[in-house]
Design a protein around this ligand. Structure first.
Ligand SMILES: [Zn+2]
Length: 266
């Protein structure tokens, strides 16, 4: 049974956001709540899979996000040569997950077909739905598609031994979560189906939503796929830094290991 290690690179952060910006109808809307930004690397022996590619720092800065570590620096720290990466999973196409596509020149990319239909279809006429996408990045996906380097798969997709992708929608039309077999069981990398632990703890939606009903239904699907609530990983929650250890003392606040048991990180 193949198992995977999961590493999260904290590539950016924004400590100026309020709860009212993050959650719909929050009772304490002016309180600050930091939004951290992670992308991931899955490793099993020599095998490497990159999950999402971070945010372009110029685009991030326009929304007040500060770069912490460029993803290529994180990949290097993890011993990953971007020129040799063969598989990149894109959990959705929002700009904070699609920033460094060109840094992976030989990779094949994988994404939900519904996400591609969404970002190239009529919903993008609506500013509320297109605001987290950049047309140059969507054009890059089209180019990858025509180069035979983007596979647009169906809702349920078996990536490889111990990793599968599952459509949940909600946050955007093609949002997916990943189920990853680790030494401690099945972990769900929820990506933006959960920005914060609070969303499934309290059953509340994040403020950026395509379908709130799908977003709330996703909480149940995530629980079905994970071995326990302690096996669920949100994509933007600073609490991850308290629960999981840094890869090594040199990378405190930058690279954390997520396949281990959560506890108080030292
Ligand atoms: Zn995101």
């Amino acid at each position: 049974m193949k198992t995977w290690e999961i590493y999260a690179i904290r590539h950016a952060t924004n400590d100026k956001r309020t709860r009212g910006v993050n959650f719909i109808s929050d009772p304490d809307p002016t309180a600050l709540l930091t939004l951290d930004f992670f992308c991931w690397v899955l490793k099993s022996g020599e095998d490497v899979i990159v999950v999402d590619t971070g945010v372009d720092p110029v685009k991030g800065a326009r929304n007040g996000h500060e770069q912490v570590m460029p993803p290529p620096e994180g990949w290097a720290a993890l011993g990953v040569d971007p020129a040799r990466v063969e598989t990149v999973l894109l959990t959705h196409a929002h700009y904070d997950h699609l920033g460094y596509l060109a840094a992976l020149p030989n990779a094949r990319f994988y994404m939900q077909a519904e996400e591609m239909a969404y970002v190239t279809g009529p919903w993008m006429e609506k500013p509320t739905f297109r605001h987290a996408y950049w047309p140059d990045e969507i054009a890059s996906l089209v180019h990858l598609l025509f180069e035979g380097r983007l596979h647009l798969h169906g809702r349920e997709y078996e990536v490889t031994d111990g990793i599968s992708a599952h459509w949940v929608g909600g946050h955007c039309a093609g949002q997916e979560v990943l189920r990853v077999r680790t030494n401690r069981g099945w972990v769900v990398l929820a990506s933006d189906a959960l920005h914060y632990y609070e969303e499934y703890e309290r059953g509340v939606p994040f403020a950026v939503a395509f379908s709130i009903s799908d977003m709330i239904a996703a909480h149940d699907r995530i629980r079905e796929l994970a071995d326990s609530d302690g096996h669920i990983l949100p994509a933007h929650d600073p609490r991850l830094l308290e629960l999981y250890p840094a890869m090594s003392p040199d990378y405190v606040g930058k690279i954390i290991r997520l396949d281990v048991q959560p506890g108080m990180a030292s």
